[in-house]
Design a protein around this ligand. Structure first.
Ligand code: ZN
Length: 342
């Protein structure tokens, strides 16, 4: 605890914490637009006073000290990174330190975490060289998820079809503030295994600027073969008939949940893999398949029926060829499709 640590020691550890912060990532989360990154500094308009001079704000990438050349905002707030977080996120000093701990993985109360952080960072760099279109596995951690959850955008709230409530998105632990290597901000969907352990994220581009194939990014190394999204919750709602509904995507799970069908899982594609089939056999008696209303959805349903016949009872439901998926439907539409089956 801080009280047992000398002041010098605590300050030394705070330096380590500041050192661990990625200036660019932090500033983006805090709402800054980055216009230039030099060897020493990250620059952009000052989001403290909201000016539009493109290089008024500068943060040193090592010390994380910052200045605002237009309005001298640092004179009012303080030029340290913790001062900036306190101001932008309306936090106390202690909360700001905890926040930095959660986004860096460095714990100022624990020596070993700094070494651990260095190891994570080295690993992360190797992975980013390997494939920068995947999310670094080092972020798959409850602490990071907690910090992502503070930065969820309203992307899924205001979608034309979904109108998912904040309560519903909270329930599914949706976060935000992840910035990919191309600078696109993304909302974050945690994926847990059958026992609720955090395995990976899928991150949705909320700027709609990413290529079609990269609307969703997955955590590097994640293998969906033995995972059904939401199974750890859905298995508690199967009822005496032990029925599981399988849909393709995350939003379809949320939408069916909203309509009262909490026994819904997603296979994260239009194919139920062999590993996912085994998960279903060991969990459920009846499986309802409700895939998207397109060619891939119909073909995936037929393939699943064929693969799973004689192993479990499968009830296929087909949406009309409208290009709609279960995530697009109203509660009434969902109930009219599934209602009389369970
Ligand atoms: Zn300023």
């Amino acid at each position: 605890m801080q009280s047992q640590t000398s002041k010098e020691e605590f300050n030394y550890r705070l330096d380590k914490l500041r050192e661990a912060v990625d200036a660019e990532q932090l500033l983006r989360i805090l709402g800054f637009t980055i216009t230039r990154i030099t060897e020493k500094e990250v620059r952009g308009p000052c989001a403290v006073h909201g000016g539009d001079n493109k290089t008024a704000f500068r943060m040193n990438r090592d010390t994380k000290r910052w200045v605002c050349f237009s309005h001298n905002c640092h004179e009012d707030i303080g030029f340290g990174v913790i001062d900036l977080i306190k101001h932008k996120l309306n936090m106390t000093f202690t909360e700001a330190v905890r926040y930095l701990e959660s986004i860096t993985g460095v714990n100022v109360h624990d020596d070993s975490s700094y070494i651990e952080y260095k190891r994570h960072k080295d690993r992360q760099e190797v992975i980013q060289q390997a494939d920068n279109r995947k999310i670094p596995p080092a972020l798959t951690d409850e602490m990071y998820l907690k910090s992502f959850r503070k930065f969820r955008s309203d992307y899924f709230n205001i979608e034309k079809n979904g109108e998912f409530s904040s309560e519903l998105l909270d329930f599914f632990e949706i976060g935000g503030g992840y910035v990919d290597k191309f600078g696109f901000q993304r909302d974050v969907i945690p994926i847990r295994d059958t026992y609720g352990r955090l395995l990976a994220y899928s991150a949705r581009d909320i700027t709609d600027k990413a290529d079609e194939d990269y609307k969703y990014l997955l955590t590097e190394g994640f293998d969906k073969d033995k995972v059904l999204y939401n199974l750890f919750r859905a298995k508690g709602y199967m009822g005496a008939s032990r029925t599981i509904i399988v849909v393709e995507g995350f939003k379809s799970v949320w939408n069916l949940h909203r309509a009262g069908y909490k026994n819904t899982v997603a296979c994260m594609g239009s194919r139920i893999t062999a590993g996912q089939q085994h998960l279903l056999y060991s969990t459920a008696f009846d499986v309802i398949i409700l895939f998207d209303g397109d060619k891939a959805g119909v073909e995936g349903t037929i393939r699943a029926l064929d693969a799973m016949k004689d192993k479990i009872r499968v009830i296929p439901l087909f949406l009309p060829y409208t290009g709609k998926d279960p995530g697009d439907l109203t509660v009434e539409e969902i109930c009219s499709i599934i209602g009389n089956i369970i």
